[in-house]
Write a protein that binds this ligand. Structure first.
Ligand SMILES: Nc1ncnc2c1ncn2[C@@H]1O[C@H](COP(=O)(O)OP(=O)(O)OP(=O)(O)O)[C@@H](O)[C@H]1O
Ligand SMILES: [Mg+2]
Length: 344
């Protein structure tokens, strides 16, 4: 395995972790270029947290190997620990302390002088929009504020590699955007970020490359463009004025697009799943062409939206089954509809 000179922040080969009879991580190969955001996308129970914990030296692998900046995660765990930081799914700030107290305490534990710890705490609270909440106990924070203080705590010392394990699960759109901005800022400082997520749109927004994992295995890997073109360009959702025109509309859409068209339970609604878009024919281009065809046939479209493929659609395309069948934990209910409305 290559080391220092490879330009890789993370390189794993056949990484395995078993819990009893479960192969939580089942032979994962990853190559994460330094200085980028790398997305690990997968449903509940796919093995994301287990992978991250091994790479952060919190769990010992049962097989395979991994290097972080050229250091073996088992034999050179101290070197690895010195360069990484982890913001966990279930993170580690003290609920009874205030935002400031948490950050100052952690700064002191990292060896900062009192004054320096205070300054750094104030600087991060300001940068993360938490100045007003600085003197409040963390248990009074909203979910979004909580996630931001967690990330702040993990970058008190700027790490070379930051693990963000589902940083926005359960957040509202505004809080998600704030966290995304923070991630972009962290990367612009030169930190490599490994981000796990269940949301394709999040990986799409932030990551340069994405690995899709399912049942402990990488089932697809590539740039986000590559991934999307293997999965399809997304779906067009239409609402017609007249339910009697729906069959004709479905027929025209099938002809105009390389798309599977499905009627929805609502009698005026249709969904067309776009095929693999050629690079010169974007999803928006395909959708525009479809609308044109409908207009020419005199079909009135009341509402139109273009959605990115959801994680379910990605999984269906890659595995032939949806995420609910692949999740091995009971908690498979966290779904998300990343329908990005694009102007009709
Ligand atoms: N400490 C443990 N003991 C036993 N089984 C575990 C343990 N940690 C994880 N598992 C199992 O390993 C598998 C992978 O879990 P992991 O937490 O890595 O998934 P995940 O992708 O992070 O899921 P989520 O999106 O729900 O966080 C699951 O089947 C889980 O139940
Ligand atoms: Mg997890």
């Amino acid at each position: 395995m290559r080391t220092q000179t490879s330009g890789l922040a993370i390189e794993t080969a056949g990484l395995v972790k078993t819990f009893g009879g479960t192969r939580a991580v089942d032979g994962v190969d990853l190559s994460v270029p330094a200085g980028t955001v790398y997305g690990v996308l997968g449903p509940n129970g796919a093995g994301k947290t287990t992978t991250v914990k091994m790479l952060a030296t919190l769990l010992r692998p049962d097989g395979g190997e991994a290097h972080v900046f050229g250091h073996d995660i088992v034999r050179e765990a101290d070197e690895v620990r010195g360069r990484v930081s982890l913001t966990g799914q279930y993170a580690s700030v003290d609920e009874d302390l205030t935002g400031t107290e948490n950050l100052v305490l952690l700064g002191r534990l990292l060896g900062h002088q009192k004054r320096a710890a205070r300054d750094r705490a104030a600087q991060l609270l300001e940068a993360f929009g938490l100045t007003e909440a600085a003197a409040k106990q963390v248990k009074q924070y909203s979910g979004g504020m909580r996630r931001r203080i967690d990330i702040a705590a993990s970058i008190l010392n700027t790490p070379d590699l930051l693990f963000l394990d589902e940083p926005t699960t359960g957040l509202d759109p505004r809080s998600r955007n704030q966290v995304w901005d923070i991630v972009r800022a962290v990367v612009s400082q030169g930190t490599t970020v490994l981000l796990t997520t269940q949301y394709l749109d999040e990986a799409d927004q932030l990551a340069s490359r994405i690995a899709v994992i399912d049942r402990g295995r990488v089932i697809a890997e590539g740039t986000k463009g590559e991934l999307k073109s293997s999965v399809g360009a997304g779906s067009v959702h239409l609402r017609l004025r007249d339910p009697d025109q729906r069959d004709l509309a479905a027929h025209l859409l099938r002809q105009a697009l390389d798309a599977k068209v499905q009627p929805e339970p609502d009698q005026v609604a249709l969904t067309a799943r776009l095929g693999t878009a050629a690079s010169d024919d974007s999803a928006a281009g395909q959708a525009a062409r479809a609308l044109n065809e409908l207009a020419r046939a005199g079909i009135t479209v009341d509402n139109f939206s273009l959605g990115q493929p959801s994680l379910d659609e990605v999984f269906l395309a890659l595995t032939g089954h949806d995420t609910h069948e692949s999740g091995r934990s009971d908690d498979s209910g966290r779904s998300h509809d990343p329908k990005d409305e694009v102007a009709a």
